[in-house]
Design a binder for this molecule. Structure first.
Ligand code: SF4
Length: 951
């Protein structure tokens, strides 16, 4: 129904100030105006699309655009974007969705279109920069890409020639290139991959991996009957927009949604059940749900009997009793007898009745039970990995692994590219990344790196940080600053980043790398049951190519000299090994022109030529595979990907195998490759038993027998470990606001306008206890210091717990530049060695720039940097940083000011040692430093998994 026009609108129409849209036929769209505006431009018009210039309204000023697809880089989902390039100016004017992208299906969250802010940000880095003064002095000079390449190539070459391979590292924050950089590192023969994953998802990955050898879930939300989320996943989690639209699709078909979160997040508010769990209690509650399913006989007997390694459990624990599945169920019921709904309530605060109800509904949903956990609770506390393990237990009980409406392993829905060249595995094991203390750590122990370096465990001679900002994003940022400014610890540091950030301030070189529309990448993510690839491409480059322009590198068509890593790594690799004598250059030679340098087009062409189904689709349109991807930006490789564990082993695969008579495991050359199910040889899951491992011999072998089966570990912020009388609370710092991107939204004015402060969420009961009202200052004391923030009193917070969003509190010092939409100006000072203070000198302020909006900034409060006051908390098993903090709440004193921060890095090193002491170091069986069946992002040669005899 059209809304009624106001008096003013009617007058404006009458005098011709605005057109009468109902009456006047639009010359551009004619009769079909409304329909045309509701749809995406048809693909045949993407090379020449006409529409009116919005800013000229009510005048009808026609604009013509070239529409080029790419993908968003503002979270992991890699949703499709289309860039509208003004044919007159050659500038990108806006970004919209790409209807041909199977994951996002034309939709985006606020962060997708905000890419336009990032590429037009007046503060962006446009040229490679080299520091002029001391590290961190804030003085920079422009250098050429040639200078950069020569400097880094010669230093890397020297390190490799001198056998110092372990002093070269690539430390990645936001990846998203499907193995590109990993291949580069193996091409150089170094064990140099370091990631952010242990402050992000290692906990969840570890819990999943123990069960079935895959480390991520891929829920089929759209077809589920019951969805359980342990995070605010619908609003802000991983695969945010692709998952959110499918969760709603599922709900519209009748699915029920339950959310465990101590905050009433947007997601919780959309749920049928909000389960505000006490942080760290989630594994206990999940076991209570499991008990309901067991007690009420709602488990999927036939699935479990076939696919769970129950025989191994009975053999280990009840060797004298004749094994049977009934005995297993009997023992399970005894094992989890204590996890009554009442116990679940005692630990979590969620009512026992609700636990019973949700348990029943999950059991009744059966094979159509979908669930997800990622960071959130799995990243919060000691033993957080049990969240994923116990959640997957529910999937196994209901037989909903890999089913329609269930939850698959993410690898089933994720494309693996075939490369033109696969370098051999590196012959090095870098103990700065995988130290012996953490043999099971699921990823590199990256957040301990500065502590390791300070202890003299090694050095970083050449260090690349890539879209990575540990000074701000990680816990214990002052320790990072201390290490980054010490040239004995970090020899040469290049920050490869599209934006200024707090880490780049302390680098030697700042290398501007493109935003999503300025670079190449291949993307594929498990957004639903299906498999797709998407092509992130530099849109101005593609537009220039279509115009027939000549250029060699992407930086020649990007703004300034903004480059992309793909070409940078090829050029750098050739300069490290100019004559090919080091065996590096050959990995960067064209598969089509032997002996010549590969181009980025050839790199992708090769992958696309080897993508199932793509050649046929391209041929239909008379295009090459690369042309097809340039045109559509995405391709659906597989529609539905269910029950891949049931894939049959071929005759060839079966030849030379032997089968264990008791449990049906199929072995070849000493390795389990499948299992017999109902007389059929099936591939199963990539675990030692090829089944779901309820019982983990790995945990026993690696000195954690008490966690051989799904358990509940009392966390470091369990109420028993807090002194309420002293004002101790659990602080939840793990949630994100849906409009922000870790540390990369500081240059997006629309996003910063929407979200710009991070107060402490506090329930009215707690506020009353302390005498706080909204806006009052509060002092939160952590183990290593404190920060002063403001209180937000809200019913949306669980009583007894406080929370603070982790995206805000961006800063710059007087000498720094960048991100003025979001940054406070701070002063930083060290008193006694290691005793640091930071004070906010000024909040966000309007500034003059080529963007008139910068003088219209109305928000002044940039929030508070909380993570810098957190000590490192490495989980002794998964290696995950346990984010939740024990904080002591205090009323600030008369001299305390909003944004004040105080940290003692001596204390943070002590806390590091306390947590380190909980670890149970390698070796494991056979003098191994890590189980052979555990993955590594860039896997070294098998012999490096064994400690040398003297170790
Ligand atoms: S969910 Fe939003 S930020 Fe993430 S890729 Fe999609 S549009 Fe970009």
């Amino acid at each position: 129904m059209p809304t009624k026009k106001t008096f003013v609108e009617r007058i404006a129409e009458k005098i011709g100030l605005v057109p009468n849209l109902a009456k006047d036929r639009d010359p551009l769209f004619g009769e079909t105006q409304v329909t045309a505006l509701e749809k995406f431009p048809p693909i045949e018009k993407w090379d020449h699309w006409e529409e009116y210039e919005a800013t000229a309204w009510p005048r009808r000023v026609k604009k013509t655009y070239q529409i080029v697809p790419t993908t968003c880089f503002n979270c992991e989902s890699a949703c499709g974007l289309t860039a509208y390039i003004d044919k007159e100016s050659g500038e990108v004017r806006k970004f919209e969705g790409n209807p041909y992208h199977p994951g996002s299906r034309g939709r985006n969250c606020a962060k997708g279109p905000a890419t336009i802010n990032q590429i037009t940000d007046p503060d962006r880095i446009l040229y490679p920069l080299k520091r002029k003064g001391a590290r961190g002095s804030g003085e920079w000079e422009r250098v050429s890409w040639d200078d950069v390449l020569d400097t880094f190539a010669s230093r890397i070459r020297k390190a490799i020639q001198e056998g110092r391979q372990n002093q070269i590292a690539y430390h990645v924050g936001r990846p998203g290139h499907e193995g590109y950089a990993n291949r580069v590192l193996q091409g150089w023969g170094i064990d140099g991959h370091n990631s952010h994953t242990n402050v992000c998802s290692s906990g969840a990955r570890f819990g999943y991996n123990l069960w079935y050898g895959y480390d991520r879930p891929s829920p089929d939300h759209a077809n589920a009957k019951f969805i359980l989320l342990i995070s605010s996943h619908l609003e802000s989690g991983h695969y945010f927009n692709p998952h959110a639209q499918r969760i709603i699709e599922g709900k519209m078909k009748g699915a029920k949604l339950a959310t465990m979160d101590p905050r009433l997040s947007n997601t919780a508010s959309m749920s049928d059940y909000w389960m505000p769990t006490y942080p760290g209690s989630e594994p206990a509650l999940l076991l209570s749900l499991a008990k309901v399913i067991l007690d009420e006989e709602l488990y999927n007997r036939s699935y479990m009997e076939k696919w769970v390694n129950w025989r191994a459990y009975l053999a280990a624990k009840f060797p004298d009793e004749p094994p049977s599945f009934d005995l297993f169920i009997e023992k399970l019921k005894i094992l989890y007898a204590e996890f009554t709904p009442e116990f679940g309530e005692q630990e979590s605060g969620v009512k026992a009745d609700i636990i019973r109800k949700v348990g029943r509904e999950i059991g009744e949903a059966g094979e159509r039970f979908a669930s997800h956990t990622w960071r959130s609770a799995s990243a919060g506390n000691l033993g957080g990995w049990c969240v994923a393990r116990n959640l997957h237990f529910l999937q196994v009980l209901t037989g909903s692994v890999g089913t329609k409406g269930g939850t698959s392993p993410n690898s089933w829905n994720k494309f693996k590219p075939q490369f033109f060249d696969v370098p051999p595995a590196q012959k090095f094991w870098n103990e700065l990344h995988f130290p012996q203390e953490y043999p099971l750590a699921f990823f590199e122990m990256s957040f301990l790196l500065p502590h390791f370096l300070k202890e003299g465990r090694g050095k970083m001679d050449v260090y690349f940080s890539r879209v990575f900002n540990p000074v701000w994003t990680y816990p214990d940022g002052f320790t990072w600053m201390e290490a980054y400014t010490d040239e004995n610890l970090f020899g040469l540091h290049a920050a490869m980043t599209p934006t200024w950030n707090e880490t780049a301030f302390f680098a030697d070189y700042v290398l501007p790398m493109g935003h999503s529309s300025e670079r190449h990448d291949l993307n594929s993510y498990a957004t639903h049951s299906g498999m797709w690839i998407a092509f992130r491409q530099p849109v101005r480059r593609e537009a220039a190519r279509r115009r027939g322009e000549d250029f060699e590198f992407t930086y020649q068509v990007n703004p300034g000299e903004v480059w992309e890593e793909d070409e940078f790594w090829i050029e750098l690799s050739w300069r490290i090994d100019p004559d090919g004598s080091m065996g590096i250059r050959k990995h960067f030679e064209s598969p089509y022109r032997p002996g010549e340098k590969i181009t980025v087009d050839e790199y992708y062409q090769y992958i696309f030529e080897h993508t199932k189904g793509l050649s046929a689709a391209a041929q239909k349109e008379g295009l090459s595979e690369l042309e097809y991807m340039r045109k559509y930006g995405a391709f659906e490789v597989e529609k539905n990907s269910y029950l891949k564990n049931e894939q049959s082993l071929s005759e060839e695969q079966m030849s030379g195998t032997n089968i264990n008579e008791e449990d049906g495991t199929i072995y070849k050359e000493g390795k389990a490759i499948g299992i017999m199910i109902d007389g059929e040889p099936m591939v199963g899951f990539p675990t030692p038993s090829r089944r779901h491992e309820f019982y983990s011999q790995t945990m026993v072998d690696w000195k954690w027998p008490e966690h051989a089966v799904p358990t509940y570990i009392k966390s470091h912020i369990h109420p028993d470990n807090l002194d309420r009388e002293k004002g101790e609370y659990c602080l939840v710092p793990t949630f994100r606001l849906p409009t922000l991107i870790h540390s990369r939204s500081g240059n997006a004015k629309w996003l910063t306008e929407i979200s710009n402060r991070n107060p402490i969420w506090m329930h009215p009961d707690d506020a009353q206890r302390w005498g706080f009202k909204t806006g009052d200052l509060v002092k939160l004391n952590t183990d290593i210091g404190y920060f002063i923030d403001k209180v937000w009193v809200t019913q949306g917070m669980k009583p007894g717990v406080v929370a603070c969003s982790h995206h805000l509190g961006r800063w710059r010092r007087a000498q720094d530049q960048g991100n003025r939409w979001a940054t406070n100006t701070v002063a930083m000072a060290e008193g006694n060695p290691g005793e640091w203070k930071m004070n906010t000198k000024q909040g966000v302020r309007p500034f003059q720039s080529k963007d008139p909006d910068s003088s219209r900034i109305f928000w002044m409060d940039g929030g508070v940097h909380q993570n810098i006051t957190h000590a490192v908390h490495p989980d002794p098993i998964s290696g995950m940083h346990c984010w939740h903090q024990r904080v002591r709440i205090e009323k600030p004193g008369p001299d305390d000011r909003y944004g004040d921060i105080c940290v003692d890095t001596n204390k943070s090193h002590e806390v590091y040692k306390e947590w380190l002491a909980m670890a149970r170091p390698a070796p494991g069986p056979d003098n191994l430093r890590r189980p052979l069946w555990f993955k590594r992002a860039v896997r070294p040669a098998e012999e490096t998994f064994y400690l040398s005899p003297e170790k």
